[in-house]
Write a new protein. Sequence first.
Length: 163
Amino acid sequence: MSCGHKSHERFENCVCEAVENIKAEQDAVEESCPTSCFSNLLSPASAPGRDTIPFLLFDKKGNLFSAFGNVGGFTDDMNCFQTIFFRVENLKGCCATLSLLRPVNVEGETISVCDPCDPDFFGLEKTDFCIEVDLNCFCAIQCLSPELVNRVSPQMKKHHHHG
């Protein structure tokens, strides 16, 4: 059962449609409620390298969807983390491959975030950890500012590296 209508037309699920639109925007990165999933969040393309529209997904009960990255602590800073922030990588109908965005605090350390208003949450980093999802299982999507990705705190500017 999807939240949308029961027909098999392509755009009956607004989450599918929004994610397809996000993917198209990320692919285009061209040169507006500024964080509507249907506005061009990546323009103006004044910031080079900006290619990610982070978003939150909500299930039918209104709960935030979350996933776990780096389970077992094999890469980077060895920290397993929980995140509610995602980036679309691939889309086939309503089946999407989402990469997990790693939440970091102002010092750039990995943290687990289950609440977007967590006071320790500062920014996001792209990861290679992915999850396959059926977008029909979600009823809402909230797009966030692309500025969150690779956000650099004022005190970290001198020793921040672009990875």
